[in-house]
Design a protein around this ligand. Structure first.
Ligand code: AMP
Ligand code: ZN
Length: 297
């Protein structure tokens, strides 16, 4: 049952986010950003001491994402940066036409679809990692060309990820540690949650099979928290074991010479912020004091 003492999600979104002219694209208010800031500080306090930190821009190399195999799995979600090219005359001609978009050409950039994609080639370029694993804390604005726009499904959103590259054992225990940590965090923030097996939105009919196999092998779990409704809680975090998928592509090895395994743990920052307001309401002074303290709100 929905907690009827709290406003509905539409009211919450109207108070915290301003429409920016395209579905799933919003301007964020100061109050919303305070929650995001609090969440980011909290994730920083929880990261592993040796984690190396990178903030990536919202675009990445198209070539690197192609090599990562993104087009095989999620071509329907990808956005590519297109620009007008040529000399002054041809650019002027293109913009003076009614349909200037026809003059666009793809560039060497795509919009980053998940914060962890740029880290694997970066690590691979440095050589083998320690057997017990190397950990990273990465973040990026992400883009996904979503086709539905229910509350919490944005086209442009921020993702913070903790990534481990190491032996299979190191990668798996990293994921287990983070699931436990995420549960503690959710409890401290007063969020009702469940951890459930999950799959990625792979493209097409073959994609359906890939999704089934992902669940069967327990490769992905999500933390679901009520945002729109209790009945259909929203994925606010994901815990992903890639086995040697990225290591084969990038030749990521541990010092013992074996292919590494990788894990990533993703926080969807906008969804977590919405989950907080959906659970505790818009009146922050009335939030549980533990949550306010953790988020410094
Ligand atoms: P995924 O890589 O699909 O597991 O995404 C990681 C996390 O990013 C999810 O658990 C969500 O919290 C967040 N996320 C994914 N897609 C969206 C979206 N369209 N809008 C907002 N947040 C998203
Ligand atoms: Zn990831």
């Amino acid at each position: 049952m929905r907690d009827t003492s709290q406003p509905r999600i539409d009211t919450i979104i109207n108070a915290l986010l301003a429409p920016a002219g395209a579905p799933g694209v919003y301007a964020r208010t100061e109050l919303f950003e305070r929650a995001i800031e609090g969440l980011m500080q909290m994730i920083t306090r929880n990261r592993e001491p040796a984690a190396e930190v990178f903030t990536f821009p919202p675009v990445m190399s198209r070539g690197l994402l192609e090599t990562a195999g993104y087009l095989k799995s999620f071509p329907h979600l990808l956005g590519c940066v297109s620009c007008l090219r040529g000399d002054e005359g041809s650019i002027r001609k293109a913009v003076e036409k009614e349909d200037w978009v026809e003059g666009l050409g793809a560039t060497d950039l795509v919009l980053t679809p998940a914060a962890c994609y740029p880290i694997y080639p970066l690590v691979a370029a440095r050589g083998a990692v320690a057997n017990d694993g190397q950990t990273f804390d990465v973040s990026s604005y992400c883009f996904r060309r979503e086709t539905t726009h229910e509350a919490g499904r944005l086209q442009s959103f921020r993702m913070r990820e903790n990534v481990c590259v190491g032996t299979p054992q190191a990668a798996l225990s990293f994921r287990d540690r983070w699931i436990a940590r995420a549960e503690t965090i959710a409890k401290q923030l007063g969020l009702r949650y469940q951890i459930a097996p999950a799959s990625d939105p792979f493209f097409g009919r073959v994609g359906k099979m890939m999704a089934l196999s992902q669940v069967e092998q327990a490769l992905k779990f999500e933390m679901l928290i009520p945002v729109r409704s209790e009945e259909e809680p929203t994925a606010c975090m994901s815990f992903n074991y890639h086995q040697n998928h990225f290591s084969e592509i990038w030749n990521l090895r541990t010092k013992d010479g074996n292919l590494a395994h990788t894990t990533c743990v993703a926080f969807g920052l906008e969804r977590l912020a919405l989950a907080l307001f959906a659970t505790h309401g818009l009146d922050v002074p009335r939030w549980p004091s533990a949550a306010r303290q953790i988020l410094a709100m």
